[in-house]
Design a protein. Sequence first.
Length: 238
Amino acid sequence: MAQYGKILAIIAAREGSKGLPQKNVLDCAGKPLIAWTVEAALQSKYINQTLVNTDSQAIADVAEQFGAWIPFLRPAELAQDESSIIDVINDVIMRLKISKQQFDYVMLLQPTSPLRTAKHIDEAIEKYFSTKMSDKDTLISVTKVDSKALWVLGEDDDSGYIFNHFDVNLSDNSRRQALPDCYVPNGAIYLARVDGFQGFYGKQTRSYLMDEISSLDIDYQADLDRADDYLRNGPRSK
C-alpha cells in the first residue's frame, strides 16, 4: 500500500434523508446499505484507513460492526441539508491532523453506491497514479450517457424561443454518430491529495469509467429494490 502513500477513505453518511429516510442503514441484500461500501473499502489493496463520518450514533454503531473507524461524530453544523461535503472533508482532515494522524490522499466513497466494489476502487486508484501529472490532479468516477445529451434545449424566459445549450447543429441528423462521448459523475468514487484540498472538480480532474449497473445510486425505494435484486441475483439479461 505504501507505493501510493497513505490513502484515507471517508464514507460520509448523514442521518437526514428526505427521499428515503434512514437509507444508510436500511437492509440491502441482507446487510445495512452502508455495509457494502465499508466492506469494499476494507477489501481495497490500497486504502489504509476506512473512516465513516456521520452525525448519527446509530449509523456509527452499524458501521463499526462492519469494521469501519469512527474516531468522532460529525458536528451538527456540518450535517445540514445545505452543508458542503468539502467542508465535511476539511473538518475530518483538520481533526485527524490535530490528533497526529495524517494521510497523503483522501477518497470519498458515498454509502449510496452499493454496487461499487473494491475492484472499482483499486482500478480508480491505479488509473489516478498512472496518469497523475501534478499534486493538483483529482479523479472522479463517471458513467457514460447518450451523446444526445448534447442536444438539450432551453427556453428563453423573455421571448419563449428555444435555444441550444451546446454548440450542436440540431438540423444535421447525419452528425449524430460524430457527437463526442458524454459522461456524468456517478457519485461512487472521488480522489484527491490531502495537502491543499479544495474539492474534487477542477481543470485537472481525471475520470474513472464505471458501467451503468455499478453506478446505481440509491435515492429512493425503487433504487434500493433494484440494488437488492442485483446483489442477490446479479443483473438480468435484457
